[in-house]
Ligand binder design. Structure first.
Ligand code: SAH
Ligand code: SF4
Ligand code: F3S
Length: 474
């Protein structure tokens, strides 16, 4: 019970619940005025952590009285932005133009921008100057304050901007609206301390902070009570989880506790930095059935020389050795990776080292990226930026290699029976559903929609490169 005639409490999250109640009053007034419900749309531009943040935003919006829609022609639209590469950035500006068109026809419309891109001062300057129709701008550190910011926005007709440089605060227990009823991301840590020389994430997400293990376990138990079967533990480098807690805990120790939770069937995690991946973690993965047979292990480059300039803190040989030990301990594991092509100073020889690692590790799949210069990072001012045509040529060669190998790798499971978490109705084929294997591969098979959210056994009849066609067994 919140008394709105009293001043807002100073303590979090109580303060946000106070503002949620005020927001609800404001939206109710607007609904009466318009004679219809208010709609909202949250669009995610970035990674899994960005997507999880969007679920938190949507949780607040729903509590505040908005109804969710996928249509961006809505009463409240939020863009949760990403700035890891230039093109993520450009997409936002392009789409803002479209939103402006909607807003001209619906003067009640509110537009908010948040996420990593907003942590860049140049971006905010540009928005202030050229996109004055935006109503609210906030960053990654104060996202927990969204209810409060929403009230300020609804009571003002000026552009509201609130960006924090960093924070050591972690606010728990705010509403969340999950995209899937049966699976969920769970933040275990925020920020990043690694400062890979090409990467902007440490600048826009701040210093590394781990959540207390009890808070994480409490959240997962609650999710399981609510029907969740699979969780993905999220952090920029989960392998350094717990190092800065008052009572330090390792990621492997956390995992051992997570898998004990009754009713939880699958555990994934993202992302694992190779430099901190411990033998203890490999052992826990090998021992627990619940931990999915998938490890995303970003390589970035196969050249020890480039890895050093990237500040990745491992060599080609150390990486190969690690991949080897993992494959030995967990033979049916799928290994996936991220690779950057065209980092400043990358020679043909360096690039061939990358191809060599790809051929030796034989990734089940790989995300390949063209190096993108991010202002403020050390790599942006390095000499010898690689010409576009050279990068494009290497990128194409790498992609071809990666795709050939991943097709061959996928074939090794054809004919086997596997447990599948059914995720959705197939949009292309009538009467089919789509599910995910423990190793993160996707399979389509004939089955009723009622299977969605359940784990069933499926035979992988045919491999079609990036997915399987299967059939329900039994
Ligand atoms: N924390 C994760 C990566 C998060 S960003 C890790 O360390 O593995 C996801 C991926 O984006 C990175 O793995 C990298 O391959 C890519 N990336 C990051 N900065 C980039 C840049 N400036 N140009 C191109 N790709 C980049
Ligand atoms: Fe970026 Fe490196 Fe941190 Fe990953 S570990 S987010 S690549 S700085
Ligand atoms: Fe992008 Fe931010 Fe994630 S920059 S990749 S949304 S942490």
């Amino acid at each position: 019970m919140m008394d709105l005639s009293a001043p807002a409490p100073m303590q979090e999250p109580q303060r946000q619940y106070y503002f949620l109640k005020r927001a609800r009053e404001l939206t109710a007034g607007k609904e009466r005025e318009l004679g219809r419900p208010l709609t909202c749309c949250v669009t995610t531009f970035g990674c899994q952590m960005n997507a999880r943040d969007s679920e938190k935003l949507l949780g607040i919006l729903k509590e505040a009285g908005y109804q969710e829609t996928q249509d961006e022609n809505a009463d409240f639209v939020i863009y949760n932005t990403c700035t890891v590469r230039e093109n993520a950035n450009l997409r936002v500006y392009g789409r803002l133009g479209v939103l402006h068109g909607y807003k001209k026809k619906n003067p009640h419309m509110k537009i908010a921008l948040c996420g990593c891109m907003m942590q860049e001062p140049d971006v905010v300057e540009k928005l202030k100057k050229s996109y004055p129709f935006v109503d609210l701008i906030f960053g990654t550190h104060n996202i927990f304050k969204f209810a409060e910011l929403m009230v300020t926005m609804l009571e003002s007709d000026r552009m509201i901007i609130d960006i924090w440089k960093d924070t050591d605060q972690i606010v728990e227990d705010l509403p969340v609206e999950r995209k899937y009823s049966f699976k969920s991301g769970v933040n275990i840590m925020f920020g990043c301390n690694n400062f890979c020389s090409y990467c902007i994430v440490p600048y826009v997400r701040g210093r590394e902070r781990s959540r207390e293990p009890e808070e994480i376990l409490k959240e997962i138990r609650k999710l399981v009570d609510d029907g969740v079967k699979e969780v993905m533990l999220l952090g920029q480098n989960v392998n350094s989880y717990g190092k800065n807690l008052a009572r330090p805990v390792t990621f492997a120790e956390l995992l051992r506790e997570v898998v004990k939770i009754d009713g939880l069937e699958r555990v994934r995690f993202m992302t694992s930095h190779p430099k901190d991946l411990s033998d203890e973690l490999i052992q826990v993965m090998a021992e627990s059935e619940k931990i999915c047979r998938h490890l995303h292990l970003p390589l970035q480059s196969g050249s020890s020389r480039i890895l050093k300039i990237m500040n990745r803190k491992y060599t080609k040989e150390q990486y190969l050795d690690l991949a080897d030990r993992i494959r030995k301990a967990v033979p049916d594991i799928a290994l996936t990776t991220d690779i950057i092509v065209g980092f400043p100073g990358e020679t043909e020889e360096d690039f061939r080292e990358t191809l060599d690692v790809v051929r030796r590790v034989r990734y089940d799949s790989a995300f390949t990226f063209i190096y993108s210069k991010r202002t403020g990072t050390p790599a942006a001012v390095m000499e010898d930026q690689i010409p576009e045509d050279v990068v494009k040529d290497r990128f194409d060669r790498l992609l071809k290699e990666v795709q050939t190998i991943s097709k061959e790798m996928a074939e090794r499971f054809t004919g086997s029976c596997q447990k599948v978490l059914v995720e959705e109705k197939n949009s292309q084929m009538e009467g089919y559903v789509t599910g995910r294997l423990s190793n993160n591969h996707v399979v389509h098979f004939r089955g009723p929609e009622s299977l969605i959210g359940q784990i069933v056994e499926v035979r992988l009849d045919e491999c079609r490169g990036f997915y399987y066609m299967g059939s329900l067994t039994g």
